[in-house]
Write a protein that binds this ligand. Sequence first.
Ligand code: UGA
Length: 445
Amino acid sequence: MAPYKISVAGTGYVGLCTAAGFASKGYEVIASTHDPEKADKINRGIPPFFEPHLEELLKEAVSDGYLKCEVGRTEAVKKTDITFVAVGTPSQPDGRINLQHIQDCAREIGEALTEKSSYHLVVVKSTVVPGTTQNIVKPILENGSNKSCGKDFGLCMSPEFLREGSAVHDTLNPDRVVIGEHDKTSGDTLHNLSREFYSEELPPIVRTNLPTAELVKYANNAFLATKISFINQIANICEKTSGTDVNIVANAIGLDKRIGSQFLRAGLGYGGSCFPKDVKALIAFSTSLGYDPLIIKAVENVNRAQPYKAVKLAEKALGDLKDKRIAILGLAFKPDTDDIRESTSIKIINRLLENGASVVSYDPAAMTNTKKIFGERADYAPSAIECIKGANCCIVATAWEEFKQIKPRDFIQNMKTPIVIDGRRIYNPEEYSCELDFTAIGLGQ
Ligand code: UGA
């Protein structure tokens, strides 16, 4: 029987994967939300969003009685020993993060702590700028509970590094665990929990103070975003340099162990709920300190322009796009998710519609979310082949596995003019360039 009882505030990707992960290893877990509909779904083992393997994990955890979801946070805190805070920190228009959910959550935890006689550890998992846990979360917890942090209760900041699409795997197999600690007892408690949870497979543990742990998360995401914008710049240089191919450049430099091969896939830019938000927040944070973060600003600028490469390539191939039918394959910001937040496809579709094109799109998971944005302004297809039928040009915007099965013949037979812009470099240039009457344009070639 696991000694610690766990509660998790927030039921997004981080919260629910954390909750289901602990429950899968026999911990008693209470997830909490303020949305009764979400709670009801989770209690029936249904995740409120699409994420591979999460449903199996959740169903098992719920049916075995290890995981339940409650509305409101107070009872969950009172009945457990450790509370993970995994509520959202959305972007504000100026790039700074909005701390409303964090503050509300800290208030509720503080109230619950008033009624607790045993030691309780609060662990912030949400992505917050350096200083937030110490200067905002801690005083709210202390004022709300009339208790003293470091004595009556503990406080840690432990950032999460899971990726959407592989969130379950990443939760159970992290490269490392970062423990930012307010005091030694807090750090020891989270360290013990990690030892217990991962047992033989304990990853490297980095123990540090609260603001350093907060900065690790931003540095991590900003560095990965930098790799992407860097390789996208190389792709743009390749396009202007006859005979060069960014994929070969990326492969060759990735073999240098000092560089590493991951996150060097050139394409239409990064999207999602994390990189764009975190890069903006780090710029705003650094600027507020009076330091101009030149590299990170450049990363963002490159990324802002990158989706429109697809539109420019379409114009180069077709001329004026007015009344041309453009098929978009892929709407999610990456494969294996239905998430379209900051998706490059959405930016591309908006620009195509502004230019008078008629747009038809298909995605294996993100159609419902996309229809909410474009409604009647765009057309939607039930399959990839239906999507390309009669189109003047096709833009591949997300690297879904099923798009990789489409052969040059399929494009030739179905499209009005078989022009394919491979915005994620999923097609083999040799196979795709040997067909006559077929134009395949790979980004960065
Ligand atoms: C990212 C980080 O990878 C996670 O470690 C982190 O925990 C998470 O943000 C977060 O902060 O919550 P995620 O946004 O889910 O995870 O997905 P990624 O796989 O990192 O992809 C982000 C974007 O970069 C996607 O649009 C993807 O298409 C793009 N990308 C990724 C590239 O364009 N090229 C690459 O080589 C890799």
